[in-house]
Write a protein of this length. Sequence first.
Length: 325
Amino acid sequence: MEKILSIAIPTLNRAHYLKFTLDSFVAQIEPYKEEVELAVCSNACEDNTFEVVKEYMEKYSFIRFIDCDVRLPLGDNFKRTVTFSKGKYLILWGDDDIPAPFLIGYLINNIKKNPDIEFYYFNRLVGYEDGCPIKSLTVYENHYRQTSVFYKDSSSFITDNFWGATFMSAVLFSRAVWERGLNFDTSSHYGFEFMGILYYGNKGKGIMYECFPLCIQRKVAKRAWGTDWPKYALLGLPNMSKDLEREGLFDDGLNVWRMRYNKFVLYCYILMSAATDKKKYKPYCKQFAAFQTSTVRKFLAYAIIYCMPGWVYNVSRKILFSLKG
């Protein structure tokens, strides 16, 4: 029987978090095991990921695992994970994120009820590290208008949800959308190649936003892609905005990114992160500055990366997570 839905998990050295995520999925997939699979793709993991997943595979026939021995960049690894999975619809699920207990049933029902909709995005709760007190969880989008909001075109959706929809665990899409989107050049969308693929592949079609939180985004202090974050945020996002605007998928995309998603405090914080690896990011200063419109912002791209000690960011991040946890 064809799988309707794949929960496709790309993972890299996160066995501890992955185990918790698998525990959260298996009970709710079991009633739908003929229609749903859980596909885990190891990006050349060096920890005990294989042993952890093997334990689950021995109990649950709907879990599949591929242990890749070649480590790929984030975007290419996502493509490999999609290729490995078999579902007609997919979610690229973060290995540290937690589904709502009713997520699978809710998504299967929506897929069957709305066969013409191939792209969904849903709200979420956000927590930090392990053991985050329930009372400290926050709703990502706290304006509850109705159960679902249907966007007839991508531009209005992207304007409202550009930053939020880059969280891959909250995006459900059809394989047909993905395959159509592979024709789009996303090579400069560093870290966000998957979103460029989906927006292009869904061109001319609507997007459904589910207002009710359907998962918990678990923000952890150590991320496998953490050292690449400045490149993703300060180059990948504006490059994607520019390219989507060129394709008619995002009205005034670059300016929307600058005004709504390139806030000054966040910009400085990202540059502080880049300053922890000066050798890596000094060559990027000119490119970072090119997307900034003011002289002050252009200057800061050089000043912070060249001059700020890396420990400043590390200390500030520890303080942030201690306050949020």
